[in-house]
Ligand binder design. Structure first.
Ligand code: BTN
Length: 271
């Protein structure tokens, strides 16, 4: 159960998780994180955890359904100690941390769909929303919001969401202790954040590639009304997805929705 007391046990001595703020219900943990960061002398590492959200946000202006008593909704506040050009790479660091934490605590093998959907057996189990703002002291504050469907029944979500979603409990066949999972997540996030702090983008990108399900597939990426189709071949040092078009040109995209193109199955038994 997530309570003030159980979440207090997640507090770490330094870095990510140095300060833990628990609320049973918020609009969005990203909003609470920005508010709390603005009030703090040293907000780096502050983590806001909620049991439910009334206005949970997803990427691309979508809603993130956030029922109570089963899932993880948390935001890690970062005051990046590295070149701000690399902030988009946090959108690779966060899903790597989430996927690793899920693997360590459950034995499941989640994969990451570019940029940061956490999938289990091809269905969405979690997502990341990275937002960056300058506060009124002109500090750059990043809110790395992480939502994971842990124990809430998927059928309690809207029909649209439940048709593509899964949860850890559904994949595992038993519920999971959210505190144990969050503890692993914060520790893994710290490790991946340090890759960026130490200028080791390559190690982060390699970790992301080792868990991803997008590279090597024929995909299309939709960004607004723009659709790019081709073979996903890599990740740039800025975290963009590199796509080889049929003309051979490589295009880099920094945002959007990936769909894997399903080829028609051809009956090869005939002449
Ligand atoms: C997505 O896949 O579209 C991203 C979903 C991110 C959801 C999390 S839940 C915690 C944090 N607070 C929010 O309002 N959104 C993120």
């Amino acid at each position: 159960m997530l309570t003030q007391k159980t979440t207090a046990s997640l507090q770490r001595q330094s870095g990510i998780g140095r300060v833990i703020i628990f609320r049973s219900c918020v609009d969005s943990t990203n909003d609470t994180a920005f508010e709390q960061a603005g009030l703090s002398q040293d907000p780096h590492g502050l983590v806001v955890i909620a049991d439910s959200q009334t206005r949970g946000r997803g990427r691309l202006g979508r809603k993130w359904e956030s029922p109570p008593a089963g899932n993880i909704y948390l935001t890690v506040v970062l005051v990046p100690g590295f070149d701000h050009q690399d902030i988009p790479l946090l959108s690779l660091a966060a899903p790597v941390a989430a996927a690793r934490a899920i693997h360590q605590t459950t034995g499941l093998d989640p994969s990451i769909k570019w940029p940061n959907d956490i999938e289990i057996s091809g269905r969405k189990a979690g997502g990341i929303l990275i937002e960056a703002r300058r506060d009124n002291r002109q500090r750059m504050i990043v809110a790395a919001g992480i939502g994971i469907n842990v124990n809430s029944p998927v059928h309690s979500l809207s029909r649209e969401t439940s048709s593509i979603a899964t949860s850890i409990q559904q994949a595992l066949g038993r519920p999971v202790d959210r505190i144990v999972l969050i503890a692993a997540l914060l520790a893994e996030f710290e490790k991946n954040y340090k890759f960026l702090l130490n200028g080791n983008k390559g190690a982060l990108i390699e970790s992301w590639i080792s868990i991803n399900s997008t590279i090597g597939k024929e995909i299309s990426v939709r960004s607004g009304t723009n659709v790019i189709t081709g073979l996903a071949v890599g990740i740039s040092t800025r975290g963009e997805l590199e796509i080889r078009m049929s003309s051979g040109t490589i295009k880099r995209v920094s945002g959007g929705d990936v769909s894997v193109i399903k080829k028609n199955v051809v009956n090869r038994t005939g002449p």
